[in-house]
Design a binder for this molecule. Structure first.
Ligand code: ADP
Length: 408
């Protein structure tokens, strides 16, 4: 089945056309600057046909997401750059949705009722949800009749028990505003969990910590294939420090700084989300590659940054081993997890008491392109693995499963 995987952001729209039978991306691209100057906006489309290697770039009027989707469909149908010959060959659309609240614990077919529930999630991730709804409605207009499936970043975490997802706030706050831990990156945690369970050869009686370390980072405790806890919270600001996000801090710092620096709630939010983390501590960059370069040049704050990051990851691994009463495997994935050996080493060194025998040699010599790689010694009680994530594949396969069930 050809599935168009759509990731609609507020001013961008990423897409991949998947051939699910071959588990292959046949084309992919990005629309940028959608609607940033109102209806007259000139946006940009960048597209690549991965079958023939041909690339296409154009600046085009892109006042809204509907216009962007129309260009995507046009380029997919283009005789030279495209890869399908009629619209009907795009058999389904799968949308990446950042927040499904407590409404969605699995991927669903788009219906009026689903769209109404998604509207109710708007408050939880206003920018993202608004963009997703525009992307969905754009697809409805451009491809009427093509089934659409929603795949939620929060869904995999919906198995958490109340003691893991509740905060120590008055219960009424939870009832009134639905403030609780939701987590994020669920599709990635689910994908790497699936691969790790295949390696372990069983689902029952398994205890895995999955570390998705990218620009945003989150760590999950997965017992018997189900999430029991995760580091991100009500929003993706919580957990370990990230590229520009602060991660877990004492909440009293927030009003303290607002008062001292005379910051509005919006300014404080920007500070916590955009000025902190790697960027704020190192003063170098939010990008782990630049931090690693700075460390090689002797920059002490860059070294502090990665030491903090590694330490925080290790604390989560220890906490989650306690939460699950044991540990069978640790998995690293996403941009940093797949590419930065020093972070994996910092996180896994000193976990011998848990049964981790880390293979530094294997960790330092991961082959490229990066594939599934074992980073623990054969006698290690806890397996350590690098597993490249593939969220788009999960979205495409969920979409196929749901749409095929419709056709039966
Ligand atoms: P996002 O959360 O935006 O999807 P990624 O998973 O791509 O982010 O992760 C981005 C982070 O991963 C950056 O800090 C970057 O330095 C690091 N990273 C990505 N690719 C590489 C690479 N090939 N080598 C080293 N670091 C990388």
């Amino acid at each position: 089945m050809n599935v168009l995987v759509v990731n609609a952001g507020s001013s961008s729209l990423k897409y991949q056309l998947f051939d699910t039978a071959k588990k292959l991306v046949v084309a992919k691209g990005l629309c940028e600057k959608i609607g940033i100057d109102g209806p007259q906006t000139i946006g940009a489309l960048t597209h690549k046909n991965l079958l023939n290697g041909k690339e296409y770039h154009a600046d085009l009027p892109m006042g809204d997401h509907t216009a962007a989707i129309q260009y995507v469909v046009d380029v997919l149908l283009h005789p030279e750059y495209g890869c399908v010959s009629s619209m009907s060959e795009i058999e389904a659309v799968g949308h990446r949705i950042v927040h499904g609240g407590a409404y969605f614990s699995e991927s669903v077919l788009l219906t009026e009722d689903v769209l109404a529930k998604l509207e109710l999630c708007r408050d939880l991730a206003p920018l993202h949800t608004g963009a997703h709804i525009q992307g969905i409605q754009g697809c409805q207009k451009v491809m009427p009749g093509t089934p659409q499936v929603l795949v939620f970043d929060t869904a995999f975490h919906q198995t958490m028990a109340p003691e893991a997802y509740m905060y120590g706030l008055p219960y009424e706050t939870y009832e009134k505003y639905a403030i609780r831990r939701y987590g994020a990156h669920g599709t990635s945690h689910r994908y790497v969990t699936g691969r790790m369970l295949e390696i372990l050869g069983r689902t029952e009686n398994t205890k895995i910590v999955t570390c998705h370390l990218g620009n945003g980072s989150s760590i999950s405790a997965v017992k018997d294939g189900k999430v029991v806890d995760t580091s991100m919270g009500f929003t993706p600001l919580a957990g370990v420090m990230m590229g520009t996000r602060c991660g877990d801090i004492d909440p009293a710092i927030v009003p303290f700084l607002m008062e001292k620096e005379n910051l509005s709630p919006e300014e404080m939010n920007t500070y916590l989300n955009k000025k902190c983390g790697f960027l704020g501590v190192s003063g170098v960059s939010s990008d782990c590659r630049n931090i690693s370069d700075a460390i090689r040049q002797g920059n002490a704050r860059a070294a502090l940054t990665l030491n903090m990051f590694g330490y925080q990851i290790k604390k989560y691994i220890g906490a989650y081993a306690a939460a699950m009463n044991g540990l069978d495997a640790i998995v690293f994935t996403a941009g940093i997890g797949e590419n930065t050996a020093s972070v994996r080493e910092l996180a896994c060194t000193g976990l011998e008491y848990l049964g981790v025998s880390f293979d530094k040699e294997a960790n330092d010599h991961v082959q490229r392109p990066v594939g599934i790689t074992c980073l623990s010694k054969p006698d290690s009680r806890v397996m350590v693995y690098l597993i490249p994530t593939n969220e788009e594949l999960v979205i495409a396969l969920d979409t196929e499963t749901i749409v095929q069930a419709l056709q039966k």
